[in-house]
Ligand binder design. Structure first.
Ligand code: AMP
Length: 113
C-alpha cells in the first residue's frame, strides 16, 4: 500500500485527525495554505473524482456535511471558507486519493486557477 492517505487511514503514518466515521476521515493538511486547512477523504481508495462511480456520489454530500461541521468547529462558518476538489494532472491533484480541501481563516484570493 503506497498511498499516503491510505497509510493515514490505517494509522501507519501520523496525522492530526479531526473526524472519523465508517466512511470518511478528516485531518489537517501537512502544508497548510491558510489558518484552517483540513482534508476530508473517503476511507475507500478512490483515486480521483473522475473515478467516482455514480452510486458513490452520496459520498460527496457526506464529505460536504463533515466539512461544514468542521468549519463550525474551526469557527470559520461566519467569516467564510472554500471547499475544493482537485481532479487529475491539470486540475492540480498531487495525491491520488480523492480528497476535499476545507480552507479558511484568512481572506482567500478570488481566483481558482
Ligand atoms: P492536492 O494537490 O489537491 O492533491 O492536495 C494534496 C494535499 O495533501 C496537499 O495540500 C498536501 O499538503 C497534502 N498532504 C500530502 N501529504 C500529507 C500528509 N502526510 N498529511 C497531511 N496532508 C498531506
Amino acid at each position: 500500500m503506497d498511498c499516503v492517505f491510505c497509510q493515514i487511514i490505517a494509522g501507519e503514518i501520523p496525522a492530526d485527525i479531526l473526524y472519523r466515521d465508517e466512511e470518511v476521515i478528516a485531518f489537517r493538511d501537512i502544508n497548510p495554505v491558510a489558518p484552517t486547512h483540513v482534508l476530508i477523504i473517503p476511507k475507500k481508495h478512490i483515486p480521483s473524482l473522475v473515478d467516482l462511480a455514480d452510486a458513490e456520489t452520496p459520498l460527496i454530500g457526506q464529505m460536504t456535511k463533515i466539512a461544514n461541521q468542521l468549519a463550525r468547529e474551526e469557527a470559520i462558518s461566519e467569516s467564510g471558507y472554500r471547499l475544493a476538489i482537485s481532479c487529475g494532472k491539470q486540475g492540480g491533484q498531487e495525491v491520488p486519493h480523492l480528497h476535499m480541501h476545507l480552507v479558511g481563516g484568512r481572506q482567500l484570493s478570488g481566483t481558482l486557477g
